[in-house]
Unconditional design. Sequence first.
Length: 179
Amino acid sequence: MKEAIIAKAYATSIFDLGVENKIDVTAEFTKLTEVINSSNDLETVLFLDVFTIDEKQAVITDVLGKMNLSSLVKNSVLFLMQEQRIGLLPMVYKNLVVKDDHEKGFLRGVIEGSEDSITVDIENQLKGYLKGRLGAEAKLTYKKNEKITAGYRVTVDDLQLDATLDNQFDKLKNEILNS
């Protein structure tokens, strides 16, 4: 929990500095994250404790030097490395994306269901409902969940709408047992 709070604070600071300097830090962090995720060796060097800080800094400095990133993003990553908090980079990135989405007026979320895919009609109905309830456009992705018998569960930020058969049975069971 403490790490999540720290990552959110870093993301907020980096985002605000990006806005102030007219730099799309989210796009730059996306680019960096894609590079890191494409190389298992780079992930190993950055996130495992088998390498010294100096070795990690040498590698990340070389990688950052080859990318066309702003000094704000480069310095932010090097600062995380220097403070021995590079492990927070994925959480910082996630918080940057959320903050960027909010600034652009939409939210990201997940629809979970038992089918392999969701129909466009149902997805549009859910988006319409969320727009009315939250006042913002929702970008939803679908994920099959084997634990769901029927229905859908939608999670957007800290809001969860659970219209699954399992949830309805749990409510009925609790109502019967508590009456």
